[in-house]
Design a protein around this ligand. Structure first.
Ligand SMILES: C[S@@+](CC[C@H](N)C(=O)[O-])C[C@H]1O[C@@H](n2cnc3c(N)ncnc32)[C@H](O)[C@@H]1O
Length: 611
């Protein structure tokens, strides 16, 4: 038996996207039939046996596995020194028996339409397979004339190839013309005619752009190492058509070439079936082709479809790799090129393995995979991250709402999930506003506000965050609208409202949900030195907070009221998102009460504002 390899082009050129929770397959017995080198020995009966246990379509629990199952594989390559679990990508190769119709390529789209419902229709596997070498240049086809009349064809072709076409009245193509010249010059002794090649060689086509915008290599799904699927046609080796193999390529192994053809892959249920067992639609097609007896007939061929590691989704692979019953970590956050996992304790022994799959399945966008190792509990709200796979850089570029930010996840705070909340907040600002961002981080609120408002005063305690903020202001060409401060939030509020800038400030943003409410006392007595008549507008405060209470709005309102030492404050409250089971992030919006701004009991000892 011989196997001609065909490369399938998947429907979608992009790599599988990280998915959200989808129903996981139950763990049927992993199927590992014995497999010998002869492709026909793929256990058909065993495949059929597993069909009942797993859903329709491709699955790692179906098909023939040439390697040990995921569990055996994982255990077999445990890194002795570091105790890490590793795996072999080849253990995810699965071979499926299928049948295909070999049809004339000119008819294949029409026939594909007629056979809808009877074709394979597996995700990312194209129902139409090409046969390398089967397609012949139309010019050569013309020369070969009627494919039924072999003698005429080859005579004509040979005349053309070996330069006997002189005097035929036919014009030689550039390559043949060059060949003819080479022969001519050789016989006359001009063996070193160096420019000959450049005179007649057809111009090279420009290489398809390999890089995406970020300079990372795109996956080539159709050929090479990244191929996801291959079809092999099972055919008899003892053909008569070996004389055409040189011309049509190694892929050509048919007894008689009858023109360019395509394979229409049939539904998995028709694997290893005879024509009599195929649906009526296919039989009718066969009859039509026989009746109209053209030189190009239909053929039913047995094929092997091989799906590789690249084919399977992240979930499918992890489900096989992780111990039975373990929840598959299916979600992660992305910050620029970094995938940020939040693994449970039970996943920790397999963290490298999970990270490798996440990286492999999300390249080239993802270049680094990290896991959060501790809850955020430091002043600068930075995360403790462990790099599990990919490159070691935690400095990355993020684009949010059309603005660019550079962040270093090791030293500053960033949360991509708050992008829409920031957008919502900023949409309430106008060009007459002057904004104070008390806990600004690297500037996602301050910088987007600066695209709308008159002026922004941005402050953060973390000096590294301030460095990145300044860099991001320049990156977005907004440095002239943003004034940057690096001090404690309470001191910042006191100082800026003591300065001559105070009256211009219309909006104050306080995004430090853990304890921003407790900083509100800094507003008590901020206008103590001013006359009430001079203050026309009091600022609107937007303060964020967490609450685990049964009534989160009431709980957060109480914290605000106590910090301001007010009996009642008119607050507009909004739930932003559930950050953990039972824990809400809220945003409270209110106008600073006059009684607070002019309070004589200001706890804060104000300093002169240093600009
Ligand atoms: C939750 S982050 C929010 C940052 C930014 N608003 C954002 O959305 O990315 C809180 C920020 O407050 C800063 N911070 C913490 N304590 C502070 C304090 N006492 N004064 C000023 N900034 C503080 C941290 O460094 C951190 O950047």
């Amino acid at each position: 038996m011989a196997a001609a390899k065909l490369f399938l082009r998947p429907y979608c050129p992009s790599p599988p996207i990280p998915f959200h929770a989808k129903p996981f397959l139950s763990h049927p017995q992993l199927f590992t039939p014995s497999f010998s080198s002869g492709a026909r020995s793929v256990g058909v009966a065993s495949c059929a046996q597993t069909h009942a246990a797993v859903p329709y379509g491709p699955s790692l629990h179906k098909g023939a596995n040439l390697y040990p199952s995921g569990e055996e594989q994982r255990n077999s390559i445990k890194d002795e020194e570091e105790g890490r679990h590793l795996f072999n990508e080849q253990s995810f190769t699965r071979v499926f028996d299928i049948s295909a119709l070999r049809v004339p390529s000119k008819d294949c789209f029409a026939l594909e339409n007629r056979l809808r419902g009877h074709l394979l229709n597996w995700p990312r596997v194209h129902n139409i397979a090409r046969i390398p070498g089967d397609d012949v240049d139309p010019d050569i086809l013309k020369l070969m004339g009627d494919p039924d009349n072999d003698d005429a064809n080859f005579e004509s072709l040979e005349r053309r190839v070996y330069g006997k076409a002189e005097g035929d009245g036919e014009e030689l193509g550039p390559i043949l013309y060059r060949d003819k010249l080479v022969r001519t010059f050789n016989t006359r002794g001009f063996v070193n005619f160096r420019n000959l090649a450049s005179i007649t060689r057809p111009k090279k086509r420009k290489k398809k752009k390999e890089n995406d915008g970020n300079g990372a290599k795109q996956k080539d799904w159709s050929v090479g190492r990244c191929e996801a699927a291959i079809v092999e046609v099972m055919e008899d080796e003892e053909g008569e058509g070996d004389n055409l193999r040189g011309l049509l390529g190694e892929g050509y192994k048919r007894s008689k070439w009858k023109g360019s053809t395509r394979l229409l892959l049939l539904d998995e249920q028709y694997a290893n079936k005879g024509l009599e067992d195929l649906p009526e639609a296919i039989k009718v097609m066969f009859r039509e082709y026989t009746t109209h007896s053209t030189s190009q007939n239909l053929e039913l061929v047995a094929c092997k479809l091989t799906l590789f590691y690249d084919y399977w989704s992240m979930n499918e692979i992890l489900e096989v790799l992780l111990p039975k019953g373990m929840i598959v970590p299916s979600a992660f956050e992305t910050v620029g090129h970094i995938a940020h996992l939040n693994l449970r304790d039970e996943h920790l022994p397999y963290k490298e393995l999970v990270a490798k799959v996440v990286l492999d399945k999300n390249k080239p966008k993802i270049q680094t995979v990290v896991n959060k190792i501790d809850a955020i509990n430091n002043d600068y709200r930075t995360m403790q991250l462990e790099i599990l796979a990919g490159n070691r850089s935690l400095v990355t570029d993020v684009v949010e709402n059309g603005l660019k930010f550079t962040v270093d996840l090791a030293t500053v705070y960033w949360n991509s999930r708050l992008g829409s909340e920031r957008q919502r907040l900023i949409s309430g600002f106008t060009r007459n506003d002057v904004v104070c961002d008390v806990f600004c981080g690297v500037g996602p609120i301050a910088i987007s506000a600066a695209t709308i408002v008159k002026r922004v005063y941005a402050n953060d305690l973390n000096p590294t965050a301030i460095e990145y903020l300044e860099r991001n202001c320049v990156l977005n060409k907004l440095e002239r609208k943003i004034k940057v401060f690096n001090m404690d939030g309470r001191r910042f509020i006191g100082s800026i409202f003591a300065s001559e800038k105070a009256q211009s400030i219309t909006q104050v943003v306080m995004n430090l949900p853990n304890d921003a409410a407790e900083y509100l006392d800094a507003f008590r007595g901020i206008y103590i030195d001013k006359e009430r008549e001079d203050i026309r507008n009091l600022p609107t405060i937007h303060v964020y907070g967490f609450s685990k209470a049964r009534d989160p709005e009431f709980d957060f309102h109480e914290r605000i009221r106590i910090a301001l030492s007010e009996v009642g404050v008119d607050v507009e409250m909004r739930r932003v998102r559930l950050v953990a089971p039972g824990k809400w992030m809220l945003c409270a919006k209110f106008t600073l009460p006059q009684s607070v701004a002019f309070s004589r009991n200001g706890r804060f000892h104000r300093e002169e504002f240093e600009s």
